[in-house]
Design a binder for this molecule. Structure first.
Ligand code: NAD
Length: 289
């Protein structure tokens, strides 16, 4: 299969590398040339332009920061709708607004291109290991035709509804993840302020009802204050905006999400935007300093 892969960042590069290992021809494009070199070192091909990555592809995967970049790649004059062959399958795995996914799918259909939204959870580790959780929105037949490719990237692949539904589930995921990070940060601050070893404390929490994948994977780095991303605070801040817009559209109030959104905004305002989102701990510490 010829796969065009657009957006070779923290997530995109290991995902594209897994597709190369699975035997696909992967032609990558990123606005940063450094990223292209990395893909080539894994056996992929570097496209000189977006159009080149799209033109010969049976499948195009996008893994971009936010809605404006996806819109540019899809609707731009050098983009997917212009250069994609009829019958092409576009799998957008970025986290963007559900409304943008619906617009992309509608416009693609007019051009004979099939488009699904398939955002992911599992972080850089999941991208490297090919164990992502993938929440897919779109027409059933299009989702079925994406399963082989998605199966290389993830282990939990669920068709959750029509176009945009994958993004709504991802919004729910980010709401839970942000909340858990905030609470783990508060647990560390409480334990340390009380003179209890946080490592011992969180080991017990990880084995009990409070246990979670976040505690399992991130408690040691949080206690050591190692905040290299991973998933950047500024991307989680973007996601909180998506969640709040989705809640407004659905007509529901999410009070705890509001608090978490403000904590993440504070982390960004304090200059931590390029750190991992576990750096929420810095905000809770500063409140208590
Ligand atoms: P990243 O910033 O590391 O990567 C994004 C890449 O897109 C960069 O290499 C950038 O140069 C490239 N790019 C930007 N605009 C472009 C354009 N117009 N054309 C081509 N390339 C362009 O981000 P990431 O952490 O890999 O995240 C990508 C997406 O996945 C985001 O939507 C994020 O919310 C989501 N996500 C990230 C994680 C994570 O743990 N990092 C986990 C799940 C989901």
């Amino acid at each position: 299969m010829n796969i065009g892969f657009i957006g070779l960042g923290i997530m995109g590069t290991p995902m594209a590398a897994n597709l190369v290992r699975a035997g696909h021809t992967v032609v990558g494009y990123d606005v940063s040339e450094r990223r292209l070199d990395e893909l080539v070192s894994y056996g992929g091909k570097a496209a000189g332009s977006l159009a080149e990555a799209v033109a010969q592809a049976h499948v195009v995967i996008t893994m971009l920061p936010d809605s404006p970049q996806v819109e540019e790649v899809v609707f731009g004059s050098a983009g997917l709708l212009e250069y994609g062959a009829p019958g092409l399958l576009h799998i957008d795995m970025s986290t963007i607004r559900p409304e943008t996914s619906r617009r992309v799918a509608q416009a693609a259909t007019v051009k004979g291109i099939r488009a699904i939204d398939a955002p992911v959870s599992g972080g850089e580790r999941g991208a490297v290991d090919g164990t992502l959780s993938i929440m897919v929105g779109g027409r059933a037949e299009d989702v079925e035709s994406a399963r082989d490719v998605l199966g290389v990237l993830g282990t939990t692949i669920v068709h959750v509804g029509p176009s945009g539904a994958g993004q709504t589930v991802k919004a729910a995921n980010q709401l839970v993840v942000g909340g858990i990070y905030g609470l783990v940060a508060e647990a560390i601050v409480l334990l340390e302020a009380s003179g209890v070893d946080p490592a011992a404390g969180l080991d017990v929490l990880a084995g009990g009802l409070a246990g979670s994948r976040i505690l399992e994977l991130k408690r040691h780095s949080m206690i050591k204050r190692e905040f290299a991303p991973g998933f950047r605070i500024d991307l989680h801040d973007k996601d909180m905006g998506i969640i709040i817009a989705a809640a407004r559209e659905a007509g529901v109030a999410l009070p705890l999400t509001g608090v978490v959104a403000q904590l993440i905004a504070a982390a960004r305002a304090q200059g931590h935007g390029s750190l991992d989102h576990s750096a929420l701990l810095k905000v809770i510490e500063r409140i208590n300093a």
